[in-house]
Design a protein around this ligand. Structure first.
Ligand code: BES
Ligand code: MN
Ligand code: ZN
Length: 499
């Protein structure tokens, strides 16, 4: 799906479908609607035929109505999309409208479209924001994952070209280029998440990183088990022990920023399957633990996006990746291991494995003298209980970094909510037998997990994103969401001084 920015008049555009927004007014009937400017123009050209048709549109956010062969209108079809009431219209409404429009465009199989929703004012948001949301929303809706089906569905209902009918400016063109690259990074993350755990293994992720390195001329290094042993990554190796899949430690570097400028380091949890190990998980829905490498996927996706758009930033992507399996060689509850930092950990629950692979990766991250380190992990079920599927959990040992991430998250509408990282919570990790235990009690589980990581990042400007509730969906819509790729890309760009 390609995009261009081009001022068009809605009644004269020769395109498969003109997409127009319509607000719902307080009154009922056709009078109860408020047409956006381009909808008004189409209505005038069609001598009121658009307004007449409005009786069949509820006007609720995300409602849609398709009109064909409007007189005086060049396009074959006009798609009206309800925006709800103007007074209540905000970011979510815009996103819902984009999604509804995408759904309708998919069903009618249009080859191209002029997307006039791009011009609808959303609070104090800029048009660049609209461009980003439109591109990511449309690409997201048309994403398909049928790699693993023997019978490919009939060719995708290709919406080959979308025109965003705005007056082209340098700023909008840049927003567009950034958005397309972000969509591509998000699609990579999503596909990696969706691939089954017998295919998306640690070795697969390493190959994927090498592929990115070739494609975008990135630096790449893949450490093997022996390298990790030499580095003393005892915590990571304790998780990998029972798996027949060898662990990998991936380091991917993109240097688009000024030479010598400190990099942003992104660290992604890459558990390609989490059985829980000896502290084995219940059978129900265990398949969903293939998504436990979503943090890793988001790091590879974000690096791909930033490299693809040639962002002026230095980034290092670190992906510790392995499987968490039970078996004769598995780590036992009660085992004590020495992490790369030298700190010892009593592993009381082998299902708290994410923090074990991350702590060694965070220790390793220090060698890049980073401006900031952000780890991304499907770390705790407790975070899902706390924040549901809307916000990712944010933790940071530096308030300014937390503010920067929150601002990027709001900007990308890939939102986060901060939870405390107070020393008071460290008490939960106390044990008689080692420097710390790898679990606290049930209470505040997302926080004690973050507190564990905090013990390995004291010398860093560090933040942790718990994406257990946001990186994937279960139920009918089961699949990876690619979150938080949009947030990470926005964060890196803002860090580089981009608006
Ligand atoms: N990968 C899971 C966390 C998770 C749970 C992600 C549900 C997505 C949905 C993680 O490794 C885990 O098992 N965490 C345990 C920690 C506990 C043993 C302290 C959990 O959340 O139950
Ligand atoms: Mn686990
Ligand atoms: Zn896990």
């Amino acid at each position: 799906m390609e995009f261009s920015i081009n001022a068009l008049s809605p009644e004269k555009a020769k395109t498969g479908c003109v997409v127009l927004g319509v607000f719902k007014g307080a009154a009922s009937g056709a009078q109860g609607f408020e047409l956006t400017a381009p909808a008004k123009r189409v209505d005038q050209a069609a001598k009121g035929a658009l307004r007449k048709a409005l009786q069949d549109l509820s006007g609720k956010t995300g409602s849609a109505l398709l009109l064909r062969n409007l007189p005086g209108v060049a396009a074959d079809r006009v798609l009206l999309v309800g925006l709800g009431e103007r007074g209540e219209f905000a970011e979510s409404g815009f996103r819902d409208a984009v999604r509804a429009a995408a759904q309708a465009l998919k069903e009618l199989g249009a080859k191209d479209a002029a997307f006039f929703l791009a011009d609808v004012k959303v609070g104090s948001r800029t048009l660049s924001w609209n461009v980003r949301q439109a591109v990511l929303g449309l690409r997201d809706a048309f994403y398909r994952f049928d790699e693993m089906k023997s019978q490919k569905k009939p060719p995708a209902p290709a919406l080959a070209h979308v025109t965003l009918p705005l007056g082209p400016t340098g700023e909008l063109e840049q927003a567009l280029a950034e958005s397309v690259a972000t969509a591509e990074g998000a699609e990579l993350a999503r596909t990696l998440g969706n691939l089954p755990p017998n295919i998306c293994t640690p070795a697969y992720l390493a190959d994927e990183a090498k592929k990115l390195a070739r494609q975008y001329k990135l630096g790449v290094e893949v450490l093997e088990r022996a390298d990790m042993e030499k580095l003393g990554m005892g915590a990571l190796l304790a998780v990998a022990r029972a798996s027949h899949q060898p662990p990998k430690f991936i380091v991917l570097r993109y240097n688009g920023g000024a030479k010598g400028r400190k990099p942003v380091v992104l660290v992604g949890k890459g558990i390609t399957f989490d059985t829980g190990g000896i502290s084995i998980k219940p059978a129900a829905d265990m398949d969903e633990m293939k998504f436990d490498m979503s943090g890793a996927g988001s790091v590879l996706g974000a690096v791909r996006a930033l490299a693809g758009m040639k962002a002026p930033v230095n980034v290092v992507g670190i992906v510790p990746t392995c499987e968490n399996m039970p078996g004769g060689a598995a780590t036992r509850p009660g085992d004590i291991v020495t992490s790369m930092s030298g700190q010892t950990v009593e592993i009381l629950n082998t299902d708290a494995e994410g923090r074990l692979i991350l702590c060694d990766a965070l220790t390793y991250a220090a060698r890049f003298d980073p401006a900031a380190v952000v780890d991304i992990a499907t770390l705790t079920g407790a975070c899902v209980v706390a924040l549901g599927h809307v916000a990712s959990g944010l933790f940071a040992n530096d308030e300014k970094l937390a503010d920067e991430l929150r601002a990027a998250a709001d900007d990308a509408w890939d939102r986060v909510w901060q939870l405390p990282l107070w020393e008071d919570y460290q008490e939960g990790l106390r044990t008689n037998f080692a420097d710390m235990a790898n679990v606290g009690g049930r209470a505040g589980g997302a926080i004690t997990a973050a507190c564990f990581l905090a013990r390995f990042t004291r010398k860093l400007r560090w933040a942790h994103l718990d994406v257990a509730g946001t990186a994937w969906k279960s139920g009918r819509e089961k699949g990876s969401t690619a979150r938080p790729v949009p947030l990470l890309v926005r964060f890196a760009l803002r860090h580089a001084g981009r608006k």
